[in-house]
Each structure stands twice: as structure tokens, then as C-alpha cells.
Design a protein around this ligand. Structure first.
Ligand SMILES: [Zn+2]
Length: 323
């Protein structure tokens, strides 16, 4: 049996093609993809590559779909279940896994990067990585669990507590979700976004206001944003390195005496853990985080070129793809 998919064969090139449907190995399930979220990382992965990308590859790390087949030894998930797929597979035995940071597992394999993802009709994934979608939650909303999970991981690493002020640089899909996640956790998010349209949508500030924050999160890959954010930390504040920087820009001037005297922390955040997926689905399901208004485009997978152009030019907000 063959399936339609998008395959990246070399950096900068992808094609719509057909590949054989992968049979589930032991402890795997086959998911019929209902919807895939497109994110800026996919654009980066296709156009300039990514540290974790192994070619050729079917991208797509934000997936919701229905279990249609189960391999040997699968338990806890049934054929016909609507599930969200946590994009990582982890060993469960290394130091990171034991410490509850399976996103940093030394054997981590990310769907859409190390192994095939959801830009396809079907995707085969480890059964332990699927999370049932709560009753009544639509696939189009549940698919936000992946980017929302990454925001929850970042805010957790920053030690977020109720009433804390959170400065968020960038109000694209990630920045918007960070803001809504912070609000759902009882904190006070304030967005900084120079794009007038996006700034208006989030009721943010076009430039950084004259104030400091308990947490600063940079959700835009700009060195200047980091440089600004680090100077806006309160005593004991945390700066979260949420967005990566182009390699040519990854060295910043940091005043270590400021960190020393103000007891401030810089913390990196990359991806998410399984538990963040559970937490994200819960927040989406009980409407503590609303995302419906963030869906700007619903497009067929074969229109990926157009969709990537929209992401590239920061048009619209969240784009959902259907195989
Ligand atoms: Zn591990």
C-alpha cells in the first residue's frame, strides 16, 4: 500500500510523492493523519536544514490522527482512537530521561526530523508517544498541543508562578501561544512585537516598554531581541532562550556582573516532554487556552509551497495542513 506524502530529499527541495506505507514495528502504531500543523521550524528545516534533520525525510512534527493499526506488544491504545502524537521517542534510561527531561534524551528521535513525520496520509510512531485526545476536543484544536507544549516547557524552566510578569518578544504563533499559556498559568504576559498587525492582535507593545520582567522569553530568532530582553530582567529574573539564532548571530555580549549582582538566570528551552503534551491537551480541552482564532489558513498538503511562502513572509498566523 502506498501513501501520498511530502518528502525532503535535499536541503531546499521537497516533492510531493508516494511512498510505501511503513508497517508498524513492535510497540508501534500507524496513525491516519487528520491534521498537521505547519510551523516556522518546518520552513527552516526544508530551506536551511536543522541540527536534528536526517535526509531524506517526511517532515511534520505536529500531528493529530486516528490509530488504524497496531504492531506487536502495543497496549493502552486502541484502533480507532483519536490521538495527539508527542513527537519524541526516548530511551527512558539515560540521565535526562530519568530526570524527567526526555526531550534531551541522548537517543532522542524527533518525528519529522530523525524519523518520518506527518506531512503524509499516514505516519508510524511508537505507541508510547501517543496521547488520547480528550472527548469533544476537535483535531484542529488538539494539534496545537505540540507548540503549546514547547511553551509550557519554556515557562516551567523559567520557574513561572502566579502573578509573575512575563515579557515575550515576538507575537507569531509561538509568541502568541506563550502569552496565552502564561496567562493560563496565572501570570501576566506582555508582548513586544514590531509588526503592527500582529501587535494589534495580541494587544502588545510595538517596542519594549520601560519596565522589567520576572521572565523574559524570546520567541523570535533575532540577536537584538535577546540583547534587549536580557536588560529587562528583574532581580532573580529568568531569560528563556526559546528561539534559536542563526549560527552567525549566536554570540551575545552578556554582562556577567549584572547576572551576578542581580542573581539572574539564562535558561535554554528546546522542545517539550510527554507530560507537557498531557498538560497542553488539558488546557486546550478546558479552554484555559483558546486557539481557534489563531488558525489563519486551512490548506491541502499539496499546497505546501504556498503555505511555506505564507510562513516565510509572516502572513496569517497558524496554518493547518490536511493530507
Ligand atoms: Zn533517554
Amino acid at each position: 500500500m502506498k501513501m501520498k506524502c511530502v518528502q525532503v530529499t535535499e536541503i531546499g527541495k521537497f516533492q510531493l510523492t508516494q511512498t510505501p506505507l511503513q508497517k508498524p514495528g513492535e510497540h508501534d502504531v500507524v496513525i491516519e493523519v487528520a491534521v498537521t500543523g505547519l510551523c516556522r521550524t518546518d520552513l527552516k528545516l526544508i530551506q536551511v536544514g536543522h541540527r536534528d534533520l536526517i535526509l531524506p525525510r517526511i517532515p511534520g512534527e505536529e500531528v493529530v490522527g486516528t490509530v488504524i493499526e497496531a504492531g506487536m506488544g502495543v497496549s493502552g491504545v486502541q484502533i480507532g482512537d483519536l490521538v495527539y502524537v508527542y513527537p519524541g521517542s526516548w530511551c527512558g534510561q539515560c540521565t535526562s530521561c530519568i530526570n524527567g527531561a526526555e526531550n534531551l534524551c541522548r537517543k532522542m528521535e524527533i518525528m519529522g526530523f530523525h524519523r518520518n513525520g506527518g506531512f503524509a496520509e499516514y505516519v508510524t510512531v511508537p505507541a508510547k508517544s501517543v496521547i488520547p485526545v480528550p472527548e469533544g476536543l476537535q483535531p484542529d484544536i488538539a494539534v496545537f498541543a505540540e507548540p503549546l507544549s514547547c511553551c509550557l516547557n519554556a515557562l516551567e524552566l523559567a520557574g513561572i508562578r502566579e502573578e509573575m510578569t512575563v515579557g515575550i518578544w515576538g507575537a507569531g504563533p509561538a509568541g502568541t501561544l506563550l502569552s496565552r499559556a502564561a496567562a493560563a498559568l496565572g501570570a501576566q504576559p506582555i508582548s513586544i512585537e514590531p509588526d503592527q498587525r500582529r501587535c494589534a492582535l495580541i494587544k502588545g507593545n510595538l517596542s519594549c516598554p520601560d519596565r522589567n520582567f520576572d521572565i523574559c522569553v524570546v520567541a523570535v530568532g533575532l540577536k537584538q531581541a535577546y540583547q534587549e530582553a536580557i536588560d529587562k530582567l528583574k532581580p532573580r529574573g529568568h531569560l528563556v532562550v526559546f528561539s534559536g539564532l542563526p549560527p552567525a548571530d549566536d554570540r551575545l555580549k552578556i554582562n556577567f556582573n549584572q547576572l551576578h549582582y542581580m542573581e539572574q538566570t539564562i535558561v535554554g528551552a528546546y522542545g517539550c516532554c510527554y507530560r507537557h503534551g498531557v498538560q497542553a491537551l488539558d488546557l486546550l480541552s478546558n479552554r484555559a487556552v483558546n486557539v481557534e482564532d489563531m488558525i489563519s489558513h486551512r490548506m491541502p498538503l499539496y499546497d505546501l509551497s504556498t503555505a511555506l511562502e505564507l510562513v516565510k513572509h509572516r502572513k496569517g498566523m497558524k496554518i493547518l495542513l490536511y493530507p
